[in-house]
Design a protein around this ligand. Structure first.
Ligand SMILES: *Cc1c(COP(=O)(O)O)cnc(C)c1O
Length: 453
């Protein structure tokens, strides 16, 4: 007879909030392989914790998104949002699939150039572009998306000083029915600021207004917000044509489509509530196609989708360090990764699976990270089998924003491994070492002596 595992008896307080009308959610099964590579061997070969990215899944997701838009609209271009995940191998997969680069800093701009993206296929967004970066981007014929008047005036001055004819668009913010409004980026539509900026650009000798841009938010759950955004941009493009007889070459609707993750505090899981990309594509393309542009003057539709194209492909693998009982009787499981690696656990109730067979018992528990910091919580409440020290876990859909927003705090950042389309593994970002971190430090001469020695 199989020997049952002994657990010291506890009295549990009933917590409200765990159940909903569907009962307790037990959303787990053992995940022992990723793309047919055993989790156990990934962790023993590359260490724990470990980020794993599936190349196949990225390609599937981006090809699917392109297909969805191209079957609805004749001229579509995707641009990879670097800040969502700028590990070079990941960017190259997107570029191989035809995506341009969308960058929001000089650092990201240089990275795109280093990745071999031609200058005229880089979209330069964001409020922070230095004079040098603006001149470089203009020389490279990149698409400069102007964020504010100070940038507009700088660019007018620089293009005169350096005899440049930069291709520009303006970023436009607007009320799409989503609150709080994202009005800190770009020029406002409703109060006339956007039209004013357009007029100034058209009256400038050197700037060439080629596009209109917006990025209305992130993890947007409402396709109709995109319909409003598309309509407003079409209206501006139409007015530019009427008033100045200029054709706007492209309309860029930014990113913001949600991935199938569950937001914290959501009543239903993301898989039940997140609209599909088809719904967003319908909302956007219906408006542009119906607006009345002549067939040969239809603007190129640019999309800068980030998280919806990469979250799926990313996994975080880790190991249980310990289990304990909290003073109120709740079970706590301490993992070897926390908020430092998994920044998105601030927003998402990430799905966590055991990576090995488990027993009959399940229990509500809190998942902590390894940091000596009270905020280091991976899941405040999750029902899982009783994990033990040394057990392994898989966190799903973590490809977006974690590998750029992770913190080097208390511990070092782990390896990132790509599983390619033939299921071969490659380290695409090495685990950090103490030497690597300290190579950036300098100790002044008078602090080199340590009297405790
Ligand atoms: C971050 C960002 C994106 C990507 O956003 P997602 O929500 O990840 O799709 C696209 N465009 C701009 C300008 C951004 O800042």
């Amino acid at each position: 007879m199989k020997k049952e595992r002994y657990e010291r008896p506890v009295i549990l307080k009933m917590n409200t909030g765990l159940m909903n009308k569907f009962g307790k959610k037990t959303d787990f099964e053992a995940v022992t392989h990723i793309e047919s590579v055993p989790v156990k061997s990934l962790l023993s070969d590359y260490g724990s914790p470990l980020f794993v990215i599936s190349e196949k899944q990225i390609r599937r997701d981006v090809q699917n998104a392109i297909r969805i838009f191209k079957t609805r609209y004749p001229k579509v271009q995707f641009a990879w949002s670097y800040k969502t995940n700028y590990i070079s191998a990941v960017c190259q997969i997107f570029h191989q699939e035809g995506s341009w680069a969308e960058v929001v800093s000089g650092f990201e701009y240089d990275k795109a150039i280093e990745n071999g993206v031609p200058g005229n296929k880089i979209i330069f967004n964001g409020p922070d572009k230095s004079d040098d970066q603006l001149v470089l981007a203009a020389r490279n014929n990149s698409l400069i998306h102007i964020d504010h008047y100070d940038e507009l005036y700088s660019l007018i001055r620089l293009s005169e000083e350096h005899s440049l004819k930069p291709r520009v668009a303006i970023r436009i913010n607007m009320d799409t029915g989503i609150y709080p409004k994202w009005d800190r980026f770009g020029f406002n539509f409703e109060n006339g600021q956007a039209w004013n900026a357009i007029t100034r650009i058209i009256n400038s000798a050197n700037l060439n207004l080629v596009g209109l841009h917006c990025h209305i938010g992130t993890f947007m759950l409402s396709p109709s917000a995109y319909a409003i955004a598309a309509r407003n941009l079409c209206e501006l493009a139409w007015s530019i044509k009427e008033k100045y007889n200029r054709n706007i070459q492209y309309i860029d609707l930014g990113g913001g489509f949600p991935s199938v993750n569950t937001l914290k505090g959501a009543y239903l899981p993301g898989s039940d509530t997140v609209p599909s990309i088809d719904q967003f594509a319908d909302a956007i393309t219906d408006v542009i196609l119906g607006y009345g542009f002549k067939q040969d003057e239809l603007p190129l539709l640019i999309l800068e989708t980030g998280r919806a194209l990469i979250d799926d492909a990313g996994y975080l693998l880790g190991t249980v360090l310990a289990t304990k009982r909290l003073s109120d009787g709740r079970r706590a499981t301490i993992l070897d990764f926390g908020l430092n690696s998994l920044f998105t656990s601030l927003w998402y109730e990430h799905k966590v699976s055991p990576a090995q067979a488990y027993g009959d018992y399940t229990e509500e528990m809190v998942l902590y990270g390894p940091l000596c910091m009270n905020i280091d919580i991976v899941r405040e409440s999750i029902i899982l089998p009783l994990l033990e020290k040394g057990n392994q876990v898989v966190v799903h859909k973590v490809g977006a924003y974690n590998m750029t927003q992770w913190m080097q705090f208390i511990t070092l950042r782990p390896n990132v491994v790509l599983i390619d389309s033939e299921n071969k593994t490659h380290v695409i970002r090495k685990a950090e070492t103490r030497e690597y971190i300290e190579s950036m430090e300098q100790v002044p001469e008078h602090l080199k002596e340590n009297p405790l020695k």
